[in-house]
Write a protein that binds this ligand. Structure first.
Ligand SMILES: Cc1cc2nc3c(=O)[nH]c(=O)nc-3n(C[C@H](O)[C@H](O)[C@H](O)COP(=O)(O)OP(=O)(O)OC[C@H]3O[C@@H](n4cnc5c(N)ncnc54)[C@H](O)[C@@H]3O)c2cc1C
Length: 161
């Protein structure tokens, strides 16, 4: 997805729930991709082996493969599309001034504090996030336990770029 949401503090009281705005479908390319997906699914279902079962489109019979009635399809997507609940990137890792943690997952500007979870991912990935989140945890273990060696490797990578 290209749309980006935001998590903001609702209050200085850390017990208060934060304000979470996923801002779904705010990037038009996400809507276009879903629309394309609908058309592809309809083409697959229309082919003989599946069409033989005689299933009927319950909601989107007006959508045409030539792009007709896009607005009805867009409204349907807005009403029914669901996310896979895999938000990331609220404590983005990076080398630039806006990054929250550095490549060793240390919070920039604060001594002795790391963030180790899916929030450090620099961008939304194209797949599920659970396994990468576990990998981030294992990597953090290496960074802490074998710090001098791993640090050296990161510096070498940055120098090579
Ligand atoms: C409904 C749903 C379905 C999903 N399905 C899949 C799937 O099929 N495949 C997949 O790969 N991924 C899936 N995911 C995503 C996956 O669960 C997450 O990417 C992964 O759990 C992220 O790990 P994390 O450690 O970053 O965060 P979490 O797993 O959210 O861990 C954060 C932990 O911090 C604790 N915590 C929060 N605040 C505090 C605090 N102030 N003090 C102490 N502890 C605190 C929480 O209780 C929690 O235990 C799904 C997510 C959801 C919500």
């Amino acid at each position: 997805p290209r749309s980006r949401g935001a998590v903001r503090l609702a209050s200085p009281d850390p017990r208060k729930a934060p304000l979470i705005d996923p801002h779904y479908l705010s990037d038009p390319q996400d809507m276009d991709a879903l629309l394309d997906g609908l058309r592809i699914a309809r083409r697959i279902l229309a082919q003989a082996p599946l069409a033989a079962f005689g299933g009927q489109d319950l909601r989107l019979s007006q959508l045409r493969d030539d792009g007709g009635n896009d607005e009805a399809a867009r409204a349907w997507i807005r009403a029914h599309a669901q996310s896979a609940c895999q938000p990331v990137g609220t404590c983005r890792m990076g080398m630039d001034p806006l990054a929250v943690v550095d490549p060793q997952l240390r919070v920039r500007g604060i001594e002795g504090l790391r963030v180790v979870d899916a929030s450090i991912m620099p961008t939304l990935i194209g797949g599920d996030t659970n396994a990468p989140a576990i990998m981030i945890g294992e990597r953090a273990h290496d960074l802490i336990r074998y710090a001098p060696h791993v640090t050296l490797r990161i510096l070498e990578t940055v120098a090579a770029d």
